[in-house]
Ligand binder design. Structure first.
Ligand SMILES: Nc1nc2c(ncn2[C@@H]2O[C@H](COP(=O)(O)OP(=O)(O)OP(=O)(O)O)[C@@H](O)[C@H]2O)c(=O)[nH]1
Ligand SMILES: [Mg+2]
Length: 463
């Protein structure tokens, strides 16, 4: 499909046990042969598939040895990219892998774009697009559950589901196409009913799949959890407690946190992206003002808000202002410093419309808070479903997939309406093809080139 041979460092740049330079494309074996001298003197061209050779990487122009290495040969189509692939496994060091890479480039390889190996695997039909995306999710996953979902997707859980839905729609389109040449009333009533039934069921399944989108997004991206409140209430103390380390500065000076701090915590399998923010108040300090502005932006974008209040200080307009801002958000109110004499109680907060409240002392009972807050958060995100997500259930983890499914569902609903209102069948065909096309965007059958570029640009180089 493509004639260029690409090369990149496939391991992270840093010190490690091994560092791998990977080549893929028609000339990869020839290029590797230019720079690799096997101990036995045998060329890689003659090496069997999936064999390793021990030897040296040598600069062919100067004869200088760059490193000792193992060379692995994987021939098309039985490789990651479905092209000829060679991996040069060197010592893991920044300089060494870069030297080996530049030798390969001098021998005619082209530096790979981010995600280009996986893109080639997709273009060569070895993976569909949802599986290629799963590769990136595997690399990035931060919890065991997130990893399980990504592996299921790589193994085709979503692809199979989409194919199954497409198959049913194809069957209807075949019937519709066949009947277009004949007058509508020639189609037996029973067939029309069957068509309607299939459309109703398929739409229902699409809707069910869409219901997994929130949960899937959380597992893949983490739950963006913003800790907010006015200065000095204990926001940074909460971050530190949940992280179990002294990550953020904690002092009794209001306005200690100036800039937001983000850390990922693994909450029983769910990645919690915890963000500690600057306390919200009117301030004349320029730096603090910027911090407050950032806190407000972060609040807008949060999946979950943890609003901390201090029970040992009188409630102020600032507390209520933040409560008002988070009214439409999923939120939990944490009433802190209950070890000190109270200056107000829960009813002073007014009607919180069912917001769960937790009274606590971050100073005294850290471990218990982690447990209780964990339960509340899991309740929020529908823990029952999430923790049983393994078992190759198809799950929607990406907004891209969600949008495609929504569009497919809309098209199906329209075709159903057309059918029920007794319009000619060729009108149904238009919407059916629309739905099929949207489903195809998920697996990559019908996706546009610029969308592909955008997807693979998010990968790292060498993947
Ligand atoms: N007595 C008591 N003190 C607490 C408790 N939690 C936090 N503190 C103290 O409250 C002060 C402020 O805590 P921080 O965690 O820095 O508060 P913050 O909300 O991050 O403050 P800013 O960054 O200034 O907005 C510190 O001196 C903490 O030790 C608590 O439960 N009880
Ligand atoms: Mg702070």
């Amino acid at each position: 499909m493509t004639e260029l041979t690409i090369a990149a460092v496939a391991t992270p740049l840093g010190e490690g046990g091994i560092g791998i330079v990977r080549l893929s494309g028609p000339d990869s074996i020839a290029i590797a042969d230019q720079v690799f001298r096997s101990k036995q003197g045998q060329s890689l061209k003659k090496l069997g598939n999936y064999r390793l050779r021990y030897g040296k990487v040598v600069d062919p122009e100067t004869g200088r040895t760059i490193d000792e290495a193992l060379a692995a040969v994987m021939r098309a189509p039985h490789s990651y990219t479905a092209e000829d692939v060679v991996e040069l496994q060197c010592h893991g060091g920044v300089m060494v892998v870069q030297e080996v890479l530049s030798l390969c480039l001098r021998q005619g390889a082209t530096l790979a774009e981010p995600g280009e190996f996986t893109k080639r695997a997709f273009l060569n039909g070895r993976l569909d697009l949802s599986q290629a995306e799963a590769v990136m999710d595997i690399v990035r996953s931060q919890t065991r559950l997130g990893l399980e979902v990504a592996i299921d997707q790589l193994e085709g859980s979503l692809s199979r589901k989409i194919k199954d839905l497409q198959e049913r729609l194809y069957q209807i389109t075949v019937q519709v196409e066949a009947s277009i040449d004949f007058p509508e009333d020639d189609l037996p009533e029973i067939e029309l009913q069957l068509m309607e039934k299939t459309l109703v069921e398929t739409t229902k399944e699409l809707a069910q799949l869409l219901l997994t989108a929130d949960e899937g997004k959380i597992l893949r991206e983490g739950l963006k959890t913003v800790i907010t409140g006015k200065p000095n209430v204990g926001k940074s103390s909460l971050l530190n407690t949940l992280l179990d380390e002294k990550r953020a500065l904690v002092t009794d000076i209001p306005g200690t946190t100036r800039d937001s701090i983000e850390e990922v915590v693994n909450l029983r399998g769910i990645p919690l992206r915890l963000i500690d923010t600057a306390g919200i108040r009117d301030s004349s300090d320029m730096v603090e003002q910027l911090g407050v502005a950032r806190s407000l932006d972060l609040l807008e974008d949060a999946d979950l808000v943890l609003h901390v209040l201090d029970r040992s200080e009188v409630l102020t307009a600032e507390d209520f202002a933040v409560l008002e801002r988070t009214e439409t958000k999923r939120r939990i109110v944490l009433i802190n410093k209950v070890d000190l004499p109270p200056l107000w109680d829960l009813k002073d907060l007014g009607n919180l419309q069912g917001t769960p409240c937790l009274e606590m002392s971050l100073l005294k009972d850290g471990a218990e808070i982690v447990q209780r807050l964990g339960d509340l958060i899991l309740d929020f995100v529908g823990s029952g479903q999430i923790t049983s997500s393994a078992g190759s259930r198809a799950l929607i983890t990406r907004t891209r997939h969600k949008h495609a499914l929504e569009a497919a569902k809309l098209a199906l609903e329209e075709s159903l309406q057309t059918l029920q209102e007794g319009f000619p069948l060729d009108l149904i065909a238009v919407d059916l093809y629309g739905a099929l096309e949207h489903l195809g965007e998920i697996t990559g059958e019908t996706v546009r080139e610029n969308v592909l570029d955008r997807i693979f640009a998010q990968f790292c180089i060498g993947k």
